[in-house]
Design a protein around this ligand. Structure first.
Ligand code: HEM
Length: 489
């Protein structure tokens, strides 16, 4: 006889849908998606049948090596959603909450072969021309601007007041529109990703800013990513330039904000880090890397699509089937991590940036923003600690990502710092056990710490034209060198 206490089969609370397949959405998945993946792994192994919103069937790829095989085998799997049966037969229609991420757009992330090489080549060519050291200086400066806003209060939510702003500030600067960075831009990016009712208006707001930027740079090139992109031999159209600027802006905003928040949470709460930090072993880049294993900023990607009948993880995959790139479940695959508590120090083979031809080309920038931002915060507030109990922290989860709602912290109030001072100047009295950056990655410090400025309001962000990113400094006189140093170069 049926147990009256059990929900009937097919009930969303049960987590099962048609055919007894597990749902990757609904109450159970919303509260414990990792648990659903582990049930799937126990029931089916490395590749499991599951259901997306509206009960669209999908393969969840859970194994580390199966995920890598999929992304590295473009002859069998494509990122182009036009080859997905669910798109072709209309079962993944425009009303599906996942439609925005699976509707085809002519962008590097959704095309294959020669077209992929052309579009991705333009993005990577434009990135290669960026002055990475200059960008690090800006990351540090923007970090300190944000920290100035919170330093006197002695408490803050470092998700909404730091992690969500820093990547947008940096990326607006990198693409050449620092003046467009504002609360509305952050809000718009957040809206687009979360698929709220205002997502379409937010997309229009961002695209409008990007199209104006493209027009300005067509008229007159500057030293920034947008001008670099326009100048690439791929000869992108204005629409293609804007679409790739949006791809870069949104990919970096969401993922890097998550990475900063996750890494900070880990550093603040995980006894492994506290212990290792006080022993001077663990650097911020290592903490960031561990968080890329344990809480990857994108938990999954939808998706990859089978171009032909094939096999993966013992399952028969049919041409046109959809597969989820299971970043979070692949990172905890017991085959590669039999002991989840073991440190992954020195091992970068996590799936956070995927792999194969579509592997994230912005990972160095993402890592630099997270490393430098977390480091700047710990340097300014060496006494920072959580102001709530760890078990009170809440996450917003979806198939695609899992982010901290808030990370409330407290620290002794301090006066603002002069953000134009030499980057990474040490705060006198900073506790040594937070000195977590790897010495190899630190720029050389002056022998004497830079003077502490008196409390004063933060100056505005550097003007775009007065402070170009790329800087190869020719031999200069003393005064020029002093001015150059003062402006952070
Ligand atoms: C910590 C931050 C980041 C994470 C975790 C991340 C992760 C990813 C992942 C998982 C993909 C999908 C790969 C696939 O389709 O198999 C991707 C693609 C991409 N990312 Fe990132 N990303 C980050 C930051 C950035 C930044 C800062 C940029 C730009 C400056 C960027 C630009 C891109 C682009 C252009 C693609 C599409 C590449 C292609 O399909 O060929 N990402 N990223």
């Amino acid at each position: 006889m049926d147990d009256p206490a059990m929900p009937p089969p097919g009930c969303p609370a049960h987590g099962l849908g048609p055919g007894g397949l597990r749902r990757l959405y609904g109450p159970e998945a919303d509260t414990d998606l990792a648990g659903v993946y582990e049930k799937l792994r126990a029931e089916h192994g490395a590749v499991a049948p599951a259901l997306l919103h509206n009960d669209v069937p999908i393969w969840a790829v859970l194994g580390h090596s199966e995920n890598l095989h999929m992304v590295r085998t473009p002859s069998q799997y494509t990122r182009d959603p036009r080859q997905w049966r669910a798109i072709i037969d209309g079962s993944m229609g425009p009303d599906n909450p996942l439609a925005p991420v699976v509707t085809f757009q002519p962008m590097a992330s959704m095309v294959e072969g020669d077209e992929h090489q052309r579009l991705r080549g333009a993005v990577t060519g434009a990135m290669a021309l960026l002055d990475h050291r200059g960008i690090r200086r800006y990351i540090n400066r923007y970090s300190n601007l944000l920290l100035n806003d919170i330093c006197q209060a002695g408490r803050a939510d470092v998700v909404s007041q730091f992690a969500e702003h820093l990547p947008m500030m940096v990326m607006c600067h990198v693409i050449g529109m620092p003046e467009e960075y504002n609360e509305r831009m952050v809000q718009a990016a957040r809206d687009m990703i979360r698929g709220t009712e205002t997502a379409i208006a937010s997309n229009a707001y961002i695209m409008d800013a990007l199209m104006r930027l493209v027009a300005r740079r067509r008229a007159k090139a500057e030293e920034d990513f947008t001008s670099n992109l326009i100048a690439q031999p791929a000869q992108l159209t204005d629409d293609e330039v804007a679409a790739h600027l949006r791809l870069v802006l949104i990919a970096s905003y969401e993922a890097t904000a998550n990475l900063i928040a996750n890494a900070l949470r880990m550093v603040l709460t995980d006894p492994r880090f506290r212990a290792q930090l006080s022993g001077g072993q663990m650097t911020v880049p290592e903490a960031v890397e561990q968080s890329l294993w344990d809480e990857p900023p994108f938990s999954a990607m939808i998706g990859y699509f089978a171009k032909q009948d094939t096999q993966l993880g013992g399952q028969q995959i049919k041409a046109g089937d959809g597969l989820i790139l299971g970043i979070a479940p692949g990172n905890v695959d017991p085959v590669v991590r039999p002991d989840l508590a073991a440190s992954m120090q020195g091992n970068r083979s996590h799936l956070a940036f995927s792999g194969g031809p579509h592997e994230c080309p912005g990972q160095d920038i993402g890592r630099a923003i997270a490393d430098t931002g977390v480091d700047a915060l710990l340097m300014r507030f060496p006494d920072v600690e959580l102001s709530v109990e760890e078990h009170e922290l809440r996450w917003n989860s979806s198939i695609l990502s899992r982010h901290l709602v808030e990370l409330p912290v407290q620290f002794a109030p301090r006066p603002p710092q002069d953000v134009m001072a030499r980057p990474m100047a040490r705060v006198p009295g900073a506790r040594n056990d937070w000195s977590v950056s790897s010495p190899a990655q630190r720029p050389a410090y002056p022998a004497t710490p830079a003077p502490q400025p008196a409390a004063q309001p933060a100056p505005p962000p550097p003007a775009p034209d007065s402070a170009p990113v790329a800087a190869s400094v020719p031999r200069q006189g003393v005064w020029r060198r002093l001015v150059t140093w003062w402006r952070g170069y």
